[in-house]
Design a protein around this ligand. Structure first.
Ligand code: GTP
Ligand code: MG
Length: 138
């Protein structure tokens, strides 16, 4: 079965939304395969977000993501990569549909980086790459 990397970002962690995100993942029928809490080092985030290097939001994004603890989770289940992206909703929380994590729980905080509560891998290739970065022990 498919695996995806989910991260409850520092805004979600700080707001106490980790449990709510995990609840939605489990309610959907996906399984939690691995989970850890950490404040991610800058080097890990630069690797994770390599595709965004050079974009105006890259450095603020890395700074934001290393600003406090996150919960990194490997989830498992048929089509869970697409399925979790659907649970998460659109990148911009103002545009994310009600019913989605970002639509129900997020809003535009008017800062340099969109604080949108969660990350989810966007393809099987990304999922394999990201799980390798965050869970090298798996
Ligand atoms: P992730 O699941 O976090 O990867 O979100 P995504 O796949 O919906 O977005 P993407 O990978 O394109 O961007 C990664 C993160 O960078 C987003 O979740 C936002 O936090 C931030 N981001 C992306 N695009 C923009 C943008 O145009 N402006 C700002 N300020 N932040 C952005
Ligand atoms: Mg992405």
């Amino acid at each position: 079965t498919e695996r995806s990397l989910v991260i409850v970002k520092p805004d979600g962690f700080h707001r106490g939304l980790t449990g709510e995100v995990l609840r939605r993942i489990e309610a959907k029928g996906y399984v939690l395969a691995a989970l850890k809490i950490l404040t991610p080092p800058t080097a890990l985030l630069q690797e994770h977000y390599a595709e965004h290097e050079g974009k105006p939001f890259f450095e603020p994004l890395v700074a934001f993501m290393s600003s406090g603890p996150v919960t990194a989770v490997v989830i498992e289940g048929e089509d869970c990569i697409k399925g979790f992206r659907s649970l998460a909703g659109a990148t911009n929380p103002t545009e994310a549909a009600p019913g989605s994590i970002r639509g129900d729980l997020g809003r535009d905080w008017g800062e340099k980086v969109q604080k949108n509560i969660v990350h989810g891998s966007d393809s099987p290739e990304s999922a394999a790459r990201e799980i390798g970065i965050w869970f090298p022990e798996l």
